[in-house]
Write a protein that binds this ligand. Structure first.
Ligand code: NAP
Length: 311
C-alpha cells in the first residue's frame, strides 16, 4: 500500500520502502510540509491516461536533506520531481543546468533527471498566465496588475512573468517594502516603454497600507495575492490582504492560495461584486507544464482538471 508521505530514510531504502508498489513511484513533490500537497491527485490520473507506467509521490524533505535527496533520484530511476515550499530557491543552486526562466525567477519548481544530471525549470509564472486566461478570458499582457507579496517566491515569479509578458502596468506590494523596491529596480528596464495606462507610472513599488493601495487600485485590473494570508491553517486564515472597501466590481481578483472554501480575499471580492478565482487553476497549469517538460508531449489537462477540481 503506497504511503501518503515518504521521507529521506525511505528514499535511502527505496526498494524496501516501496516494495510491491505498482506502478513504481518515479515522480514526486519535495516539500516541508508536504502532506497537504494536491499534486498526486492530478498527476497520477494524468500518468494513467497517458499510459505511462509511473506513480507520483509526496516526499517530506527537510532543508538540510535537499542535496542528498536530489542526489539519490537518478539511482532510484526517477523521471523528475516537483519542488515546493521552502525549497525552490535552494534547489536552483543544486542543479547541473537551470533554464533561463527559472534563473530569472530565482527558483525551481520542476526538476528533470537526465542520466546523472539534474535540470531545473520553473512553471509557476507560465502556469499563472494560463490560469488567468482560463479563469477570466484575458491575457496577463493586457492587464494592469497588482502583486501582493512581491517579495516572496511566488510573487517574484508572477512579477517576472508580468515583465516577460509586457503587462500594461505592474504594482509591487510587499510587507517588507525594501524587497518590492529591489524587484521594481530590477524589472524597470522592461517597463521603460510607455503605454497608455493612465496617470500613474507603469511600474511602481508601493508600501502596504490602505491609502497607497486605495490610490493604486483605481488604476488596476487584476489583484493577485501571493502571500500565505488566507491559508487554511493558523491565525492567518481569516485575514484578507485587501479590505472589501478598496475593491470594485471591475477588479479581477486572483488568490494563489487554495483552500477547501473561499478565501477571505475571494469573499471580499464577492462582496464587492468583483470576479475572483483561487489558486487551484495555477496549480493545475503549473502541473500540466511540468508534465510537458518531463514527457515532451501535451499533458492530458482535462483529466488533470477533473481530478483536481472535479469539473
Ligand atoms: P514565501 O517565499 O515564503 O513568500 C511569502 C510572501 O508573503 C512574502 O512576500 C512575505 O512578505 C509575505 N507574507 C508572509 N506573511 C505575511 C503577512 N502576515 N502579511 C503580509 N505579507 C506576508 O512563499 P511563496 O512560496 O511565495 O508562497 C506564497 C503563497 O503562494 C503560498 O501561500 C502558496 O499557497 C501560494 N502559491 C500558490 C501556488 C499555486 O500553484 N497556486 C504556487 C506557488 C505558491 P515579506 O517579504 O515581508 O516576508
Amino acid at each position: 500500500m503506497p504511503k501518503d508521505v515518504y521521507t529521506l530514510d525511505d528514499l535511502r531504502n527505496w526498494s524496501v520502502a516501496t516494495e510491491g508498489e505498482s506502478p513504481p513511484i518515479r515522480l514526486s513533490v519535495f516539500g516541508d510540509p508536504v502532506a497537504h500537497s494536491r499534486s498526486p491527485q492530478m498527476h497520477d490520473p494524468a500518468l494513467k491516461a497517458a499510459g505511462i507506467d509511473a506513480a507520483y509521490g509526496r516526499l517530506h524533505i527537510l532543508p538540510g536533506q535537499l542535496e542528498e535527496a536530489l542526489g539519490l533520484l537518478p539511482d532510484r530511476d526517477f523521471i523528475g520531481t516537483n519542488v515546493t515550499i521552502p525549497h525552490k530557491a535552494a534547489v536552483l543552486e543544486l542543479m547541473d543546468e537551470v533554464d533561463p526562466q527559472a534563473r530569472r525567477t530565482g527558483g525551481v519548481n520542476t526538476v528533470v533527471v537526465e542520466g546523472k544530471r539534474l535540470l531545473g525549470f520553473s512553471t509557476d509564472g507560465p502556469g499563472l498566465v494560463r490560469a488567468i486566461r482560463a479563469d477570466f478570458g484575458v491575457d496577463l499582457r493586457d492587464l494592469r496588475v497588482m502583486v501582493l507579496g512581491a517579495g516572496g517566491g511566488a510573487g517574484r515569479a508572477i512579477a517576472v512573468q508580468c515583465a516577460i509578458e509586457g503587462s500594461a502596468r505592474l504594482v509591487l506590494v510587499n510587507r517588507t517594502f525594501e524587497k518590492a523596491q529591489a524587484l521594481a529596480a530590477e524589472l524597470a528596464p522592461e517597463f521603460r516603454e510607455t503605454r497608455v495606462t493612465g496617470p500613474l507610472a507603469r511600474l511602481e513599488a508601493v508600501p502596504w497600507h490602505d491609502a497607497a493601495l486605495a490610490r493604486q487600485l483605481q488604476h488596476i485590473d487584476l489583484v493577485i495575492n501571493a502571500t500565505p494570508l488566507g491559508m487554511t491553517s493558523g491565525e492567518l486564515r481569516r485575514v484578507s490582504p485587501v479590505p472589501v472597501s478598496l475593491l470594485r466590481p471591475s477588479h479581477l481578483v486572483y488568490d494563489t492560495v487554495y483552500t477547501s472554501g473561499r478565501t477571505p480575499l475571494l469573499m471580499a471580492a464577492d462582496e464587492a461584486g468583483a470576479r475572483g478565482s483561487d489558486g487551484l487553476s495555477m496549480l493545475l497549469y503549473q502541473g500540466a507544464l511540468s508534465f510537458e517538460i518531463w514527457f515532451g508531449r501535451p499533458a492530458p489537462v482535462e483529466v488533470m482538471r477533473v481530478a483536481l477540481l472535479g469539473k
